[in-house]
Design a protein around this ligand. Structure first.
Ligand code: C2E
Ligand code: CA
Ligand code: CA
Ligand code: CA
Length: 276
């Protein structure tokens, strides 16, 4: 047993060291990523299945490092959040996304643009001013902007009033990854949320597990009763689509329709429509 414990101990110190080295390397590289033009934005369609039409997109951050290649947001966003770098990244992606939305708009395609905001951004004292100035600078109509927040961010943001101020800019708020946290719909009612985004994990298990199917239908039903829009994320199969439609959820996002793509590819999708 003692030997095993020793082994485990060494294993963990090694893991920790590798993690630390990687962490500081990543962070240093991230500091210069914007200036070195290594960041990009991809857009994933949000589809109204009744019309088989793209009604919006979600902007997702991409980082392509010259040596390390693509680094997944799940790896660098948490580090950016811890260190405060997310504020700079958040402003950057919002500006890109707003500029892009305006361009599509000017080309005759009015779609909503969703941007993910982290807790640090919501907590920042100049949140509202920052968003407002980016909207003004880019000329994007605020009614086309949607900010995606997680339940965690919602609880931590504490200042409900601030979210109302944000909403007063004319944009909408959407609750991401719904079902993975501890929020009840009753609790959420205190916040000015417009849309509930059902987490991929529910959609994934939907067609296999009857109790999850029942839970989903109940969430969709309750959310609608409370006047929320409902969108399902991570939709990959026709079977899932059928279940969602049966449950009354017609807004969807997922690989079934499209992966996140470049702005040029998305423009092609807007012009040609979805194939099905
Ligand atoms: P999220 O906001 O929940 O975004 C959805 C993630 O699921 C994206 O991963 C997307 O590519 C992926 N996805 C979409 N459809 C499907 C599907 O059908 N199947 C599967 N398996 N996956 C699907 P991605 O781009 O790697 O982003 C991961 C997370 O990183 C995001 O989760 C979000 O929390 C965070 N993130 C990305 N960009 C930003 C950003 O600009 N700001 C902030 N604060 N967070 C971001
Ligand atoms: Ca999201
Ligand atoms: Ca999500
Ligand atoms: Ca997620």
């Amino acid at each position: 047993v003692a030997k095993e414990q020793g082994g485990t101990y060494h294993y963990f110190t090694r893991m920790l060291m590798e993690q630390n080295i990687e962490r500081s390397n990543l962070l240093n590289a991230l500091y210069v990523a914007i200036e070195r033009d290594e960041l990009d934005v991809e857009y994933q369609p949000k589809v109204d299945y009744r019309q088989n039409k793209i009604v919006g997109v979600e902007a997702l951050l991409r980082w392509n490092h010259p040596e390390w290649g693509n680094i997944a947001p799940d790896r660098f966003i948490p580090i950016a959040e811890e260190t405060g770098m997310i504020l700079k990244l958040g402003d950057w992606i919002l500006k890109q996304a707003a500029t892009q939305q305006k361009l599509w708009q000017d080309n005759g395609f009015t779609i909503t643009m969703a941007v993910n905001f982290s807790m640090r951004q919501i907590q920042h004292p100049r949140l509202v001013e920052t968003v407002q100035s980016i909207l003004e600078e880019t000329g994007m109509d605020p009614s086309n902007l949607e900010i995606e927040l997680t339940e965690h961010t919602l609880i931590q943001s504490k200042h409900v009033a601030k979210l109302y101020d944000l909403k007063n800019l004319g944009l909408s708020l959407s609750l991401d990854d719904f079902g993975t946290g501890y929020c009840s719909l009753r609790y959420i009612k205190d916040f000015p949320i417009d849309t509930i985004k059902i987490d991929r994990s529910f959609v994934e298990n939907m067609t296999h597990e009857p109790h999850i199917m029942a839970l989903n239908s109940t969430i969709i039903y309750l959310a609608k009763q409370l006047n929320y829009d409902v969108i399902a994320e991570g939709v990959e199969t026709k079977e899932q689509i059928d279940h969602l439609m049966d449950g009354g959820c017609h807004l969807m996002q997922g690989y079934f329709f499209s992966k996140p793509v470049s702005s040029n590819e998305l423009f092609v999708l807007l012009k040609n429509g979805l194939t099905k």
